[in-house]
Design a protein around this ligand. Structure first.
Ligand code: NAP
Length: 251
């Protein structure tokens, strides 16, 4: 068993976008990154970028919709380290293209739930035993302001008129998982929180990153900021929260 003294952090969907930015930043802060990618080649490329910069990372091939992949990842981390300090459930997809709920395919909604919600819950369930072996552990669920029921039902919110039923309800479900696990694990040293990155210039939702980012879209550095802040905070005293760079969000 490898005895790393570094904080051991597993990030799903970390070969690009907010996940990669978070991985690089946390590696720079001295954490050992287990970089989740469902594509081996892209995962190796991402790991090498972190190593070439002089920091620590290793690849975990992981599709969060595959129970086999999750079990294999858990077994690998268990055998090599025997514990996990931080799990960042970042992998996510949005496929609705703002179609009206009346015509949105249920198959599309199901796919979004498979990755965003069931993937997150399956990862948490699989890794709780290893997180329990850390002296201070964190689960950070990358959610979205699009999943806030409070904002979606507030006529004064810009989200009032937004309609992406599959994505929004899957992220609302992620938030429910955060609340549920935060309560269930409250008497352990594992905290569970949701974070909203905000509207961020990645390839998310099929955006062509060769095109200029729309006005108001923030940089990937800004998008990863609150996740990095939570993951690197030595206090670990927040539990059951939903936050973004600007503060707390309504559930
Ligand atoms: N960008 C935004 O405006 C925004 C706003 C609010 C919340 N978020 C949330 O932030 C998170 C990261 O988004 P992003 O903007 O960085 O998106 P991104 O650039 O599209 O990256 C998403 C990552 O998730 C991975 N992924 C997708 N399906 C997966 C699966 N089944 N198993 C494992 N990994 C999978 C992708 O891998 P592949 O390359 O293999 O597909 C990719 O690495 C998501 O949870 C998203 O909902 C984003």
């Amino acid at each position: 068993m490898s005895d790393t003294k570094k904080t051991l952090t597993l990030i799903t969907g970390a070969d690009r976008g907010i996940g990669f930015e978070t991985a690089m930043a946390l590696a720079k802060l001295g954490q050992h990154i287990l970089l989740g990618s469902r594509d081996r080649d892209r995962g190796i490329e991402a790991v090498n970028k972190i190593k070439d910069a002089g920091y620590d990372a290793e690849l975990i091939v992981l599709d969060v919709t595959s129970q086999d992949d999750i079990s294999r990842a858990q077994a690998t981390v268990n055998k090599k380290y025997g514990h996990l300090d931080i799990l960042i459930n970042n992998a996510g997809i949005a496929l609705d293209n703002h179609k009206d709920a009346a015509i949105l395919s249920v198959d599309v909604i199901r796919k979004e739930f498979d990755v965003n919600f069931f993937g997150t819950v399956s990862m948490i369930q699989a890794f709780i035993p290893l997180l329990k072996k850390s002296p201070s552990a964190k689960i950070i669920n990358v959610s979205s302001n699009m999943g806030s029921l409070g904002l979606a039902s507030d006529p004064n919110s810009r989200f009032y008129k937004v309609s992406s039923l599959g994505y929004q309800s899957s992220k609302a479900a992620v938030n429910f998982a955060t609340i549920t696990f935060a309560k269930e694990l409250a008497d352990t040293h594992i905290t569970v929180n949701s974070v909203n990155p905000g509207w961020t210039a990645t390839a998310f939702g099929g955006r062509d990153t060769n095109q200029p980012a729309p006005v108001g879209m923030q940089s990937v550095q800004k998008g990863a900021q609150q996740i990095i802040k939570l993951a690197s905070d030595p206090r670990n005293d927040l539990n059951g929260t939903f936050t973004e760079n600007e503060g707390t969000l309504p559930w």
